[in-house]
Write a protein that binds this ligand. Structure first.
Ligand SMILES: *Cc1c(COP(=O)(O)O)cnc(C)c1O
Length: 233
């Protein structure tokens, strides 16, 4: 199947899950996660109507963004950085992408804010939360979220948009929903504390429907669009 056919299938899946949850399908944004796939795959997806792309690795992201721009300056794409970010790599990210989903400490947020060029709009930020406890290393612990979110929200060149999570993979759809429900509750708690956000970045190829049922506004889909990844390449 082509990328275009896979995209159509994923969009149908989003619409189905949204309607089942009583939600408008347009309230869920599809982020195509293109890591390990080349610029030609991004261009193929873009020509099939896909506009938002997610990348995990800084070097790969920078090369791909430049390659796509060089080949197709007509495409107006929105790039999201969704992978772990070290503080010595924040500058090119602040300069080249529109969103960062993986902020889990203040130092990274401060650097992104300082390094965001003035001619660009504020960088959209999601704070990554560890909703799976000890099983996961990245993400701020839920009990430290409020403090970090309040600090990020006042940084001048950032715009705090919401929360992101990567729960431990489980197959049972009922169990899949629990960490997503938790992220949604945490967003509600922020709201009660006066910190308003509009984004829940949650759900991947294997648990997209569960995430949409619990309120995902961005689903991050790689495999179901581009196929299995080959990390050897
Ligand atoms: C790779 C990745 C995805 C996409 O995962 P699939 O299972 O291929 O859909 C989503 N989010 C993050 C943070 C990822 O690293």
């Amino acid at each position: 199947m082509t990328i275009s056919a896979h995209l159509a299938q994923v969009r149908d899946g989003i619409a189905l899950a949204a309607r089942a949850a009583g939600r408008d399908p347009s309230s869920v944004t599809l982020l195509a996660v293109s890591k390990t796939f080349g610029p030609e795959a991004v261009i193929e997806a873009a020509d099939a109507g896909q506009r938002e792309f997610g990348e995990n690795y800084v070097q790969e992201a920078l090369e791909k963004i430049a390659a796509v721009k060089a080949r197709r300056p007509d495409l107006d794409l929105i790039w999201h950085f969704i992978g772990p970010l070290q503080s010595n790599k924040t500058r090119p990210v602040a300069e080249q992408v529109d969103w960062v989903h993986s902020v889990d400490r203040l130092k990274i947020a401060q650097r992104l804010s300082e390094q965001r060029p003035l001619h660009l709009p504020p960088l959209n930020i999601c704070v990554q939360v560890n909703v799976s406890g000890e099983a996961s290393k990245s993400g701020v612990p839920p009990d430290a979220l409020l403090v970090l979110a309040a600090q990020v929200a006042v940084l001048p060149r950032l715009r705090l948009r919401g929360l992101m999570a990567i729960p431990e993979p489980v197959e049972d759809p009922a169990l899949q929903r629990q960490p997503f429900a938790k992220l949604c509750q945490l967003q509600q708690r922020l709201r009660e504390a006066g910190i308003h956000t509009d984004t829940l970045s949650m759900g991947m190829s294997a648990d997209m429907s569960a995430a949409i049922a619990e309120g995902a506004t961005i689903v991050r889909i790689g495999t179901a669009i581009f196929g299995k990844r080959d990390y050897e390449q």
